[in-house]
Design a protein around this ligand. Structure first.
Ligand code: GRF
Length: 177
């Protein structure tokens, strides 16, 4: 059973839903995340301000997911780093999707930074999550061209259309292992 962590729009969550993957629960660090409206499964928000700190928040979030039978966690646009309090509860079972060809351009502003750097090629990466910023072992990667006149919006949309194919494929394979 899959637990999905979201912070924003949730188009990757939608792709997991559309692929028919077994989503047991959705958690967010932002209770106003639009992603929450995309699913009809148990959902809960774990806003940092409601806890003593990141470790306490992450421990509570991990416990809640486990209570819902979650074995594999997918970060689908989840914009906070996870502490060992969370990662140790799901060893080698937390994956993230990121809009660049990692290890190039990690971080929250990857699309803007790739455009500013003038790269000819971007991409989408699915990787296992560790404590670092988009630094865990890479599971799958696909190239995406940068086109003349691209803005951050047009490039990000092109990358996301690849993410929406790549993420469900990798997650499906992990579920089958
Ligand atoms: C995606 O580009 C993902 O790679 C990055 O955040 C974005 C989330 O988009 N980590 P959405 O919320 O799934 O629409």
């Amino acid at each position: 059973m899959i637990g999905v962590l979201v912070s924003g729009e949730g188009t990757n969550l939608q792709a997991l839903v559309d692929a028919g993957l077994p989503i047991a629960a959705v958690a967010t660090n932002r209770r106003d995340a639009r992603a929450l409206a995309r699913v009809d499964v148990p959902a809960a928000s774990f806003e940092l301000a409601d806890f003593e700190g990141r470790e306490a928040r992450d421990a509570a979030m991990a416990e809640w997911l486990k209570e819902h039978g979650v074995k594999l966690v997918v970060l689908a646009g989840y914009m906070h780093l996870l502490t060992p309090a969370f990662l140790d509860a799901f060893p080698d079972a937390v994956v993230n999707v990121h809009p660049s060809l990692l290890p190039s351009f990690p971080g929250a502003h990857a699309v803007e930074e790739q455009l500013a750097a003038g790269v000819a090629e971007s991409g989408a990466t699915v990787h296992l999550v560790d404590e670092g910023v988009d630094s865990g072992p890479i599971l799958a990667q696909e190239r995406v061209p940068v086109l003349p006149g691209d803005t951050a919006e047009t490039l990000h949309e092109r990358i996301k259309s690849v993410e929406h194919r790549l993420l469900p494929k990798v997650v499906g394979e992990l579920c089958a292992r």
